[in-house]
Design a protein around this ligand. Structure first.
Ligand SMILES: *Cc1c(COP(=O)(O)O)cnc(C)c1O
Length: 390
């Protein structure tokens, strides 16, 4: 952190200055992109004692330090590791804190590939997995076991946007001796700071809003003081370091993340409100709407909403969902959100064991990009019309 950012300032001011110190590198505004495997030592004694700041490419460079320190500022964390994808940002901390014979609690509305990892690799390594109701709150006490070592949260839930009572879950989990992790990709640390609410480890798919342009894969994992050493050890043991150009692109993306998110938020809420009154829409799943069952939690804990939400069509099945998607002209059909362009996808919810899928009709997830709202609204009108005719 440089001197200028130490006083309390607004998010956009912080984003403009965190993570680099121009005068440590000849005054250039941006940090260098260091491509490195080998780091040289000046003499044998320094080499034997590894007594210098950088020692090996996988263990950090000025480029990874710049992004990690920016993330520490945003998250309020003791340390941050950078990994090659958002999925690795989920799997690495789980591997760091779980051993054979342990039990992990995972929210049932979790990002699907996280479930796949738990059901295949964690199960094979002898870790017992239980999925819990996203609405459980302090009720997770009922599914805690003496060997529960990790409680994984994600709010709002993937595809269906259930809100979780994070402070209530943290209290119960800590009482039982478990570490609490949160996949906070939706809100980013600008709209929710997990560690401020007692979470131990904050996970972000930086692929999404931090990168912001659908061209980079990266994950960040930020830990509090108590969990940092163990997380860092696992990162070093696994060797899953991030590539320098990708790290640089995410640092670049962070500079504009605040203004992009404001636009995503405003456009998404405008369209969500309009969709609520449209024929053919049974429900809009957006925690920023007063009608959402998790709205009070969202208002209590979050300071904003990003651009991703779902709608439940009023009746129909796959045919109607496909007619909706195929009528779209500005929305692309694709998965990895957080970029500048709008996207739509038919959400598959047959993996849920506790949190059941909405019954009224197909669930369509929308990522509202940076385009003009009027054009997106016209596109959605066309799509609803096509679904009604299907
Ligand atoms: C996209 C996503 C991830 C994974 O990110 P990748 O970089 O695509 O691997 C993890 N968690 C959530 C909630 C996501 O939306």
């Amino acid at each position: 952190m440089n001197e200028k950012t130490k006083t309390k300032v607004g998010d956009n001011t912080r984003l403009a200055h965190i993570g680099n110190d121009p005068h440590a590198f000849h005054g250039f505004v941006n940090p260098p992109v260091v491509h490195a495997s080998t780091v040289l030592f000046p003499d044998a004694h320094t080499m034997a004692t590894r007594n210098q700041k950088y020692t090996y490419g996988t263990r950090g460079t000025p480029t990874t330090d710049a992004l990690a320190s920016a993330m520490n500022e945003l998250e309020g964390s003791a340390g941050t590791i950078l990994v090659p994808s958002g999925l690795a940002a989920v799997t690495v901390p789980l591997l760091a804190f779980l051993s054979a014979g342990d039990h992990v609690l995972i929210v049932d509305s979790v990002y699907h590939p996280t479930r796949h990892f738990a059901d295949t690799m964690l199960a094979r390594l002898g870790v017992e997995v239980t999925y819990y109701d996203p609405l459980a709150g302090a009720g997770i006490a009922a599914v805690m076991q003496p060997n529960t070592k990790v409680v994984l949260t994600e709010a709002p839930g993937s595809g269906t946007f259930e809100m979780q009572d994070i402070p209530a879950i943290v209290e119960v989990a800590h009482h039982g001796g478990a570490v609490v992790m949160m996949d906070n990709t939706w809100a980013t640390p600008l709209y929710f700071r997990p560690l401020d609410h007692g979470v131990d480890i904050s996970i972000q798919a930086a692929t999404k809003y931090p990168a912001g342009h659908s061209d980079v894969l990266l994950g960040t994992v930020s830990a509090n003081e108590a969990c940092w050493e163990r997380l860092l050890d696992a990162h070093g043991a696994l060797g899953v370091c991030a590539a320098p150009d990708d790290v640089y692109q995410v640092l670049r993306g962070l500079r504009t993340m605040g203004v992009r998110l404001e636009r995503h938020q405003h456009s998404a809420l405008t369209l969500a409100r309009w969709l609520e009154g449209e024929k053919g829409v049974a429900r809009v799943l957006h925690p920023g709407l007063e009608s959402h069952p998790g709205h009070a939690l969202w208002k209590r804990d979050f300071s904003g909403a990003s651009g991703l939400f779902s709608i439940v069509l009023d009746g129909g099945r796959e045919k109607e969902a496909h007619a909706f998607l195929d009528a779209l002209q500005h929305f692309g059909l694709g998965y990895s959100w957080g970029g500048y362009e709008s996207l739509a996808v038919h959400v598959q919810l047959n993996d849920r064991t506790v949190a059941h899928a909405p019954k009224e009709g197909p669930v369509i997830r929308l990522q509202i990009g940076l385009e003009d709202v009027a054009d997106l609204q016209a596109d959605l009108e066309r799509a609803l019309c096509a679904a009604a005719k299907a």
